[in-house]
Ligand binder design. Structure first.
Ligand code: SF4
Length: 350
């Protein structure tokens, strides 16, 4: 089959399959570039079920770029809790502000103007162009790279320069010219549901006649295995009638603007009573937090402040921090003491 015929027939077969079997997601029912952008940013590094549980409520709260542009950073971070990777919401807010300031709240339709917005790279710009404006912009995410490596039976590592170049070129020649919106969704969905990692379901694959994979289970090839780095830190727990001692992270930190339990040098923390350890994973890090009970005479340091317990819900925290704080507030005996102290205060009329 000639290349042009192969591309046309492959794309059309995939589109036909998608129009019949494609899943119904809220972001597939809209052509609003803002709604598309939000879904794409949420779906980066967050699973579809988690995004599905949060997307519509989030869109109701911030239905246009202007709504997010006008929100405080603290509110934006708080609304993102549970989705992780908080840099994304800061970049989304920066993009919303740029669209409002430079384009009166209307998204541009050119790739270069989209790419110039904060936090928008090749992939996200192509997603907005194809899903919102139905432009034939080729998309390559992890699912698409896997499908294309198998279709072309290509052993070039997909995370190498040559592999990325191959994928970009193939995605560009294959993209459906008249229905790129459905085609890009179809290609991604094929990778999510049929051409899955490991052993794909080739028997029910709509593009099986076009596929050259000999041993699809070993494709795609990846060059570098990511090393897991272990990290440890020592935090303190200081709950007083003024509230829980928390630290707001500086603008240079990974979780800028968010709150966490205050951190102390290992030697100092280890001289205090140990409460518990918490272990969790973030990207390539395995983190262990050792939590120690502060002494009453430890005064707050820079950026540390007491947050009244009834205000803890309104400050942004990363999920592991929020989980730990909630667990300890429920389990630790000093909570009972605090409740008792509050009652006494009320009774004495002070
Ligand atoms: S035939 Fe199998 S390996 Fe080829 S694209 Fe379909 S599911 Fe993937």
């Amino acid at each position: 089959m000639k290349t042009a015929d192969f591309c046309r027939d492959f794309a059309q077969t995939l589109v036909n399959w998608f129009l019949q079997y494609g899943r119904d997601y809220p972001w597939r029912r809209t052509t609003d570039p803002w709604a598309i952008l939000v879904s794409e940013v949420m779906l980066q590094q967050t699973t579809i079920p988690t995004v599905l549980a949060r997307y519509e409520a989030w869109m109701q709260r911030y239905p246009t770029p202007s709504h997010l542009a006008q929100a405080s950073e603290q509110d934006a971070l708080l609304s993102w809790e549970g989705l992780g990777y908080y840099r994304r919401v800061r970049a989304l807010q920066a993009a919303a502000r740029a669209v409002c300031e430079q384009y009166a709240g209307v998204f541009p339709q050119s790739e270069s103007k989209l790419r110039a917005l904060p936090g928008i790279g090749d992939y996200t710009a192509a997603a907005v162009l194809s899903f919102a404006y139905n432009k034939p912009a080729p998309l390559v995410d992890a699912n698409v790279a896997r499908v294309l490596a198998r279709i072309y039976n290509d052993p070039t590592p997909i995370d190498s320069t040559a592999g990325r170049k191959n994928m970009a070129q193939r995605a560009a020649v294959l993209v459906h010219r008249s229905n790129p919106r459905a085609y890009n969704s179809a290609l991604m969905e094929l990778g999510q549901s049929i051409c899955i990692p490991g052993r794909p379901n080739c028997l029910i694959c709509p593009v099986r006649p076009f596929c050259h994979a000999q041993h699809p289970e070993i494709l795609p090839v990846k060059a570098a295995k990511r090393q897991i780095t272990t990290m440890e830190h020592w935090d303190i727990w200081q709950l007083t009638p003024h509230g829980l001692l928390m630290e707001q992270q500086p603008t240079t930190a990974r979780h800028a603007g968010m709150y966490r339990l205050p951190r102390r040098p290992r030697e100092l923390a280890q001289s205090l009573p140990h409460i518990c350890d918490q272990t969790y994973a973030i990207t390539r890090y395995k983190v262990t937090r050792h939590l120690h009970r502060a002494r009453g005479d430890m005064s707050p340091q820079n950026a540390e402040q007491y947050i009244p317990i009834d205000r803890l819900e309104s400050i942004p925290m990363a999920s592991p921090d929020r989980k730990l704080v909630l667990k300890l507030l429920t389990e630790l005996p000093e909570q009972t003491h605090l409740d008792e102290a509050k009652k006494q205060k009320k009774l004495s009329g002070r």
